[in-house]
Design a protein around this ligand. Structure first.
Ligand code: 4NP
Length: 144
C-alpha cells in the first residue's frame, strides 16, 4: 500500500507522520511505502523543522533526510490513501480532487479528530508525535 501524509507546510506534522508510519509498517513486516507533502510552498526543498527532527529522534526515528515538497494532483494516482492532519488540509486536498475515486482516498489521520499545527508552539511537538503515532497504529490495524 502507498500512503501520502499531508499537512500545510510539510515541515512539522506530515514529516513526522511519514517517518512514524514507515517505521511502524516496516516493524510490522508490511510492504508499505509512505511519503509526505504539503499544500503550501513556503518550505519546498528544505528539510523538516528541527523540532520535528528532534521529536522523532527522541523516539529513535530519523526523519532528517526528508525533503519538503508540494502536493500535486498526480499524487491522487500514485497513492492509495491520502491522510491529512486537519480540516483545512482536508478542504485543500478535496478541492483538488478530480472525481469520486480521488475523494475517496482522502481521510483525516485521526478520523474526526485533528492533529493540531505545532509550528508556533514548541511544547506541542512531543504531544503531536504521540497523537500521530496513535493514528498510525489505528491505520495499521485497519488496513494491514
Ligand atoms: P505543518 O506546520 O503544516 O505541520 O508543516 C506548519 C509549518 C509551516 C507553516 C505553517 C504550518 N508556515 O506557515 O510556514
Amino acid at each position: 500500500m502507498k500512503i501520502l501524509m499531508v499537512c500545510l507546510g510539510n515541515i512539522c506534522r506530515s514529516p513526522l507522520a511519514e517517518g512514524i508510519m514507515q517505521h511502524l509498517a516496516d516493524k510490522a513486516g508490511l510492504d508499505w511505502h509512505v511519503d509526505s507533502a504539503g499544500t503550501g510552498d513556503w518550505h519546498v526543498g528544505r528539510g523538516p523543522d528541527r523540532r520535528s527532527v528532534k521529536a522523532a529522534a527522541d523516539q529513535g526515528i530519523d526523519i532528517s533526510k526528508q525533503v519538503c515538497r508540494l502536493f500535486n494532483v498526480s499524487d491522487f494516482d500514485k497513492f492509495d490513501l491520502i491522510l491529512v492532519m486537519d480540516k483545512s488540509n482536508l478542504a485543500n486536498i478535496l478541492a483538488m480532487a478530480r472525481n469520486a475515486e480521488d475523494r475517496q482516498k482522502v481521510k483525516m489521520l485521526l478520523g474526526d479528530q485533528i492533529v493540531p499545527d505545532p509550528y508556533y508552539h514548541d511544547a506541542q511537538f512531543a504531544p503531536v508525535f504521540k497523537l500521530i503515532e496513535a493514528g498510525c497504529k489505528e491505520i495499521i490495524k485497519q488496513y494491514a
